[in-house]
Structures are given as C-alpha cells and as structure tokens.
Design a protein around this ligand. Structure first.
Ligand code: 3HC
Length: 283
C-alpha cells in the first residue's frame, strides 16, 4: 500500500509540523483538531513557515501554494474515513490517546495504518484497544518537525513487518531519516536525552554551576546546538518530568529518579518557554 492521504490528529506544534512536512512531500493532508482555535493557529504556523521558506528561497511561491492546496482542515474524526494513514499527535495522556484510537479503528478504512507520535507511551498498549494492532505503529518526530531529520519508528509487540515497511518508506519520502525502535520506555531518543537533561538539572540543584555555565559546557564542550537547560525549556519542563516518570516507573531503576528541582519548577508552573519562565525568562 502506498500512503496518499494522511490525517494528522492534533493541531499543536508537533501536529502542525507533521502536517506541513507531509503536504510538502506531495501527500494530501487533513489537519484535524476538535478545537477550532487550535486548528486556526496550526494553519497560521504552517503558512508562516512556508512564507519564510519562500523568503529564504528554499521553495518557490508556486510550491508554497501547491503545498497549501494539499492541506485541508477537519474538526471531526469522521473525516478519517478518507485517509490511509492517520497520525495522532495529541497530548501525552493514555486515556485521551486510546479514546481516539478506539474511534479511529471504527472510522478509518480497514487497511489504514494508525500511527502515534507519542514520545513515551507504549505503542503495544495503544494498539491493544484496536481490532487492528498489527496496523498500529509509533512515528516519533522531533521538535521542530520541519527542521529535525529523525523519525523514530516504534514497533509495538503486534506491529506487522508490512506496516513497519510502509511507514519506513513514508518517513524517507518525507526526507526524514528513520530508525527502527522496539517498544520500551522512552524508546531511544528520550531514554538518552532525558537523563542528560535531568542530570543537568541535578548539577544546578547541587549548586555546582549556574544555568548559563551548565549550558555553555554542553554547547561549547560537546557542540550541542542548545544547552540542556535551554533545551528543557524548549521541550517543556512538564514534558521532561513526565518522560522521566515514565522511565523511572517503566524500568523501576533509581537512576531515572526525576530531580526534585524539576518537580518543584513544574509545581510552580514554570514550564519553560511556553509559560514564559523556566530556567530562563522569556518575553
Ligand atoms: N519551526 C520551524 N523551523 C524552525 C523552528 C521552529 N520551531 N525554530 C527554528 N527553525 C528554523 C529557523 O527558521 C531557521 O531556519 P532559517 O533561518 O534557515 O529559515 C533554522 O531552524 C535555524 O534556526 P535559528 O537560526 O533561529 O536558530 P538555531 O540555529 O539555534 O536552530 C534549532 C534552532 C533548529 C531549534 C536548534 O537550536 C536545534 O537543533 N536545537 C535542538 C533541538 C532539539 O534537540 N530538538 C529535539 C527535542 S526532543 C524532542 O523533540 C523529543 C520529544 O519527545 C521531547
């Protein structure tokens, strides 16, 4: 099966980014959200990034218009009846995600693939609420989606080889580099990234260095594009804490214990860039 029509469920930063790269690679895409304001905001983000790409001469005005023509919006999951791949990119909450997958399983064509952009929830458990677990898979994109090349493709216990192959081919069509990952807590990228961020927060908590110096150490010492505390603010401290908890619980290993300072910041509502304050202050 060749993927031709995609629905992306969830018009937040990740969903909008996924819809954009799919449309830019020639696929017909519906961006779906039950919140009209979020949908509007998602489409505006795509429009702005495409305008910038024209300005930077990465694409022509004509290519931008063609991309926008391939994109449409949808406020009801019923529209999934027209898609052969549905990529869910809603909040990291098992109940919300399984509720969507149950509905998609009924609405989507029998041969459609259901993918989740989850950063940490088990694909096997999401797949188990459907009657097509062999056609359920993880497609974990990185933020910002239009820029980052990696897609982790996560195979649930029941994901078929055929589903995996179709999604791997599709990720390449999006000009991304796929990696094959088995379904364990944090997958690969967050299993490595989040303990590093957590350790940077411990380094601050124990008074070993300042926020700026911790970031400088990794930026100039290891050539990371962002220091770990800047990156934590960019990802969202609530998301970082949530993923550390998934690792801690999933492996029952104290090496994944979330730093108390991270917990305290989240309790204070200091969630990073999105709330205006995290390890840094944002306007
Ligand atoms: N959306 C789309 N494009 C963006 C963007 C965004 N949110 N932010 C930056 N860009 C583009 C810019 O437009 C710019 O392109 P252009 O100037 O050629 O048009 C290009 O990226 C570079 O941006 P800047 O010059 O403003 O800044 P930087 O050179 O610092 O790059 C960055 C920004 C690409 C975000 C870079 O700092 C970076 O790679 N940071 C690390 C990002 C990272 O680690 N992401 C993974 C997070 S973890 C994750 O997603 C997993 C999840 O499960 C938690």
């Amino acid at each position: 099966m060749e993927i031709k029509r995609v629905m992306v469920v969830g018009a937040g930063q990740m969903g909008a980014g996924i819809a954009q790269v799919c449309a830019q690679s020639g696929l017909k895409v519906q961006l779906n959200d039950n919140n009209a304001v979020a949908l509007e905001r998602g489409m505006q983000t795509i429009q702005k990034l495409l305008d910038r790409s024209v300005l930077k001469k990465r694409i022509t005005e004509q290519e931008k218009l063609e991309t926008l023509q391939r994109l449409s919006v949808s406020e009801t999951l019923q529209d999934a009846s027209k898609a052969n791949l549905i990529i869910e990119a809603v909040i990291e909450n098992m109940e919300v995600k399984t509720n969507i997958f149950r509905q998609l399983d009924v609405i989507a064509p029998a041969d459609a693939i259901l993918a989740s952009n989850t950063s940490s929830l088990p694909i096997t458990e999401i797949a188990a609420v459907t009657d097509r677990p062999e056609q359920v898979i993880g497609m974990h994109f990185m933020n910002p989606v239009p820029v980052m090349k990696l897609v982790e493709i996560i195979r649930g216990l029941q994901t078929s080889d055929q589903t995996y192959q179709i999604i791997e081919d599709m990720a390449k069509k999006l000009s991304k580099t796929p990696i094959a990952v088995n379904d364990f807590p944090g997958f690969v990228s967050n299993r490595i990234l989040m303990p590093m961020i957590n350790e940077a927060i411990y380094t601050l908590y124990e008074g070993i260095a300042s926020v700026e110096d911790i970031d400088t150490s990794m930026k100039l010492g290891m050539n990371h594009p962002m220091g770990p505390l800047t990156l934590a603010d960019f990802i969202g401290l609530d998301t970082c804490l949530y993923i550390m908890e998934v690792l801690h619980e999933g492996f029952a290993d104290s090496k994944y214990r979330p730093c108390p300072l991270l917990r305290q910041y989240v309790k204070a509502g200091w969630l990073g860039k999105k709330s205006g304050k995290g390890f840094y202050v944002y306007n």
